[in-house]
Write a protein that binds this ligand. Structure first.
Ligand code: ATP
Ligand code: MG
Length: 574
């Protein structure tokens, strides 16, 4: 390493047994913490048969403290006789601190051109060697050089050492897929906003599926913080395309009553007979189905001998049930649209646009430097899944075409268990599962990276999760989710996963291809990106400022007047 490594503070001594993966050392009191990066000088044989001095780098994964001069019996004696240890001759300063270090690799002290490049260690470290606490800038240099990234992006600092800034590799982030998980409130969305802020600087297009309005802060702050970007806010439109018959069928079948075989038969006949305009709204199409079905029923009932409209083999009751079910579906969809509208209406200062047709105008959704936010609040999982499936299928096929109409882009799927539930949970056969599975297995070639964000990784489709080659784990207390992390992540080591329940908000273990070894990180919190209109839920203040609406006041007044009348009524009941 550099000459100034002599200035690095000496913090301990390597213990007897060493190998090429780990070593233990005796730590001076309070000189390092779990998660810290430390070094020790060593020598390794080269391929040319020389022996070169190297600096071995490692991460403290655990610390244990023992005091051999303080046997258990002494503790028992102190407890029973109510004596303070300071009133005895027992030593209080002989605690032995033993650190376990996971070796990350070595840097060659003589190779001036590659002085910060980390190489895999192939010879054990020296027992009794000095362990040092490297300067923050040197740790940072080593991390960034060994990341070997063309586009490193800043996400936060090393958990154990705020002065060490951590960057991840943006190229890996957008060309592969990654999973962000942790319990509610642990910091997932704050992290995604940090990533988006960095991707926007690189003018990389991003698409976010936002259920709660967590990303609307970008729109509010666009002028001030993202003057070179376009930020678009869309509300969903369920539209039909000729290839989507399956989706319409699923939607009708799953949102309405469950249909018998003859009823399904009739529904199929309706779908086949009645054409729709490409890109038209599904609600309009379903209303058209209802109107035409009513006509068919009338025709069928008044059918004169010899004339057949092809429906005579259906019972009138079958046709009625299907028509009613279609009307219910249409009503449900309209209700969801209205709920979404109501939420949008609360944020009058924001400009929401109807989602453009991704087949004919994909560039309105994905273009260089643009962040597109699809605001899905109010939609149930099935229609939300259908919307996402139609959208992603269309965008993906544009990327597959030789004549690329849109640039590579990153999709962020918040509350992903709604779109890619595990096999056991996917009772509704959500159409987005197949779409995202396909995207995730083929997307690498076409630059359609996906970020999956969920509180419950064990409820996600396992095929999709297995394809995520970077993971960001925030606090996880739930046992089965912890087990899931241990079993699925090939990158996180046992000491990392043991730490998961104790992480605070905004602290995460980052592992996989976006970093070169797993790191505990304190994520940078961009407070300015919070959505001012929603903020954190503050129901107490809402009640404090509460004023009844005029209609409620009228009803209360009426109720009071009515109760006065009954109080004045002195007639005895009979
Ligand atoms: N890096 C951080 N630094 C400081 N505070 C943070 C950080 N990350 C999160 N927080 C705090 O925790 C709150 C919740 O974070 P966030 O919205 O990211 O949680 P989440 O994991 O997305 O939760 P949910 O699953 O409920 O959506 C933030 O509003 C903030 O107050
Ligand atoms: Mg969130």
């Amino acid at each position: 390493m550099k000459k100034n490594s002599t200035e690095w503070i000496s913090i301990g001594t390597v213990l007897g047994d060493t190998n090429i993966d780990t070593f233990f050392f005796n730590l001076k009191n309070h000189k390092a913490k779990k998660g810290d990066i430390v070094t020790t000088e060593s020598k390794v044989p080269t391929e040319e048969g020389k022996v070169v001095p190297v600096t071995v780098w490692g991460k403290i994964t655990s610390i244990e403290s023992t005091n051999q001069f303080f046997p258990r019996e002494a503790a028992q004696e102190l407890t029973n006789s109510n004596i303070d240890i300071r009133d005895t001759i027992l030593p209080t300063t002989r605690d032995e601190l033993i650190c376990k270090v996971l070796i990350l690799g070595y840097t060659n002290n003589l190779d001036i051109n590659n002085i910060n490049r980390l190489l895999p260690l192939n010879y054990p470290v020296r027992p009794a060697a000095n362990v040092k606490y490297p300067a923050s800038e040197e740790v940072q240099k080593m991390l960034i050089t060994s990341l070997n990234s063309k586009h490193p992006i800043f996400i936060g600092s090393l958990l154990a050492r705020a002065a060490v800034k951590i960057r991840v590799d943006a190229d890996n982030l957008v060309s592969r897929h990654f999973l962000i998980t942790g319990m509610s409130g642990s910091g997932k969305t704050v992290f995604v906003r940090r990533l988006i802020a960095e991707m926007l600087k690189l003018l990389f297009p991003c698409l976010v599926l936002d259920i709660h309005g967590d990303y609307l802060g970008f729109v509010q702050k666009q002028k001030k913080f993202f003057p070179n970007n376009k930020i678009k806010l869309f509300y969903p439109k369920l539209s039909v395309n000729s290839e989507d018959k399956e989706i319409i069928y699923t939607l009708i079948q799953k949102l309405g009553k469950s249909l018998t075989d003859p009823q399904n038969d009739y529904l199929n006949t309706l779908l086949e007979r009645i054409d729709y305009e490409n890109g038209a709204s599904i609600v309009e199409y379903i209303n058209l189905l209802v109107a035409r079905s009513r006509d068919f029923i009338t025709e069928r009932n008044s059918n004169t001998k010899g004339r057949s409209n092809g429906f005579s083999h259906f019972k009138a009751s079958t046709m009625y049930v299907v028509t009613r079910s279609l009307r219910e579906v249409s009503k449900k969809l309209v209700k969801m649209e209205q709920t979404n509208f109501k939420h949008r209406n609360k944020m009058k200062n924001l400009n929401f646009e109807e989602l453009p047709d991704p087949v004919s105008e994909p560039e309105k959704i994905i273009s260089k430097g643009q962040l597109s936010i699809l605001y899905l609040k109010g939609y149930e999982s099935l229609p939300a899944s259908a919307i996402v499936s139609i959208l992603l299928e269309a965008l993906f096929s544009h990327r597959q075409e030789i004549q690329e109409e849109i640039p590579p882009f990153l999709t962020i799927i918040e509350e992903a268990h709604n779109f890619i539930p595990s096999r056991a949970e996917n009772k509704d056969n959500l159409p987005s599962v197949d779409t995202i599975r396909r995207l995730i297995s083929e997307g690498r070639k076409f630059g359609t990276g996906i970020a999956i964000v969920s509180q419950q990784p064990n409820r996600l489709d396992s095929t999709i999760v297995a394809q995520c080659n970077s993971q960001i784990f925030f606090r996880i207390k739930n046992q089965s989710n912890q087990r899931f992390v241990r079993e699925t992540s090939e990158y996180a080591d046992k000491d990392d996963t043991n730490q998961l329940p104790n992480l605070a908000n905004g602290q995460a273990i980052i592992c996989g291809q976006i970093v070169n070894f797993s790191l505990p990180v304190q994520i940078q919190f961009d407070e300015h990106l919070l959505n001012d209109d929603i903020g954190n839920e503050d129901f107490i203040s809402t009640v404090d400022k509460w004023n009844d609406k005029e209609s409620v006041k009228q009803r209360k007044k009426f109720a009071k007047a009515f109760s006065n009348i009954s109080d004045n009524d002195i007639r005895r009941p009979h």
